[in-house]
Design a protein around this ligand. Structure first.
Ligand code: SF4
Length: 259
């Protein structure tokens, strides 16, 4: 009998757009904070295909700010999926996190408390205390640190992570997409809107689905105005006709897919 393997997908569910930080590069800080309703969360979870997929509780807000965050994580496990999240670290309950999450992401951009405040990342000493508690509870190999590259010197942070044995450090650039860029127009230029050079890997080789706080399914986490989005196929048709869809204008992922 032929066994068809279902590839492992990454599903990202934006459980909240509320946050206790004010990071200048976070588009969610321009929005009214909103929590996803549990009923909505359960509907999304119930419609996901079977398989050992990762379901990340993650979006334009601090996931742990959702009052039902822990119940949501338990529901992900009960449904047979692997839970993940990226937290700003300020609200972490290390023991509980270690008990439920095989791996957890923590966002840290700097070890300089003044620079952290300028970015909008509050009370860095408290974050670092909780981070160390998380390292003790989970072990370094289960932690992934995510940083946004703002041009800051990352050397001290890299040394700090190396001292703790953390090897997975993901550094991402500021997104050029217009709806993001309007929060920091002086920091990144507008990307060319002319020759697309092909769509992104999200459309070429779909391996993820993003569900925003209202439950809308999208091909990637970067489409922030769903009024421009109708379907993945429509986006692909635009790219095939050498046009950049409005939903994707300025996106740094365009042309990043290798054939
Ligand atoms: S916004 Fe960017 S990543 Fe998302 S579908 Fe468009 S080109 Fe791809």
């Amino acid at each position: 009998m032929k066994v068809t393997r279902v590839p492992a997908y990454f599903f990202q569910i934006e459980v909240t757009t509320a946050c206790n930080f004010r990071c200048f590069y976070c588009i969610g800080r321009s929005w009214q904070p909103r929590h996803m309703r549990m009923e909505q969360f359960e509907v999304i979870l119930g419609r996901l295909p079977n398989g050992r997929h990762t379901v990340s509780l993650q979006g334009e807000g601090e996931p742990l700010a959702h009052p039902q965050f822990w119940s949501m994580a338990e529901k992900v496990i009960d449904a047979g999926f692997i839970p993940y999240t990226i937290t700003n670290g300020s609200l972490v309950d290390a023991e509980r996190m270690a008990a439920l999450f095989p791996t957890v992401g923590v966002s840290l951009d700097t070890l300089d408390a003044e620079e952290a405040e300028r970015i909008g990342r509050r009370d860095l000493p408290r974050v670092l205390r909780r981070f160390d508690a998380l390292c003790r509870a989970m072990g370094a190999e289960r932690i992934i640190v995510h940083s946004v590259d703002l041009g800051q010197d990352l050397t001290p942070l890299r040394s700090f992570l190396a001292e703790r044995g953390i090897r997975r450090h993901v550094v991402q650039p500021l997104q050029h997409k217009e709806d993001y860029r309007q929060r920091y127009p002086e920091r990144v230029s507008s990307l060319s809107k002319s020759v697309p050079g092909g769509p992104c890997s999200y459309l070429m080789r779909p391996r993820m689905r993003f569900f925003d706080v209202r439950g809308r399914g999208l091909p990637c986490p970067y489409i922030k105005n769903p009024a421009y989005y109708r379907s993945d196929d429509e986006l692909r048709r635009d790219f095939a006709a050498a046009m950049i869809p409005s939903a994707c204008a300025g996106c740094g992922e365009i042309g990043a897919a290798t054939p």
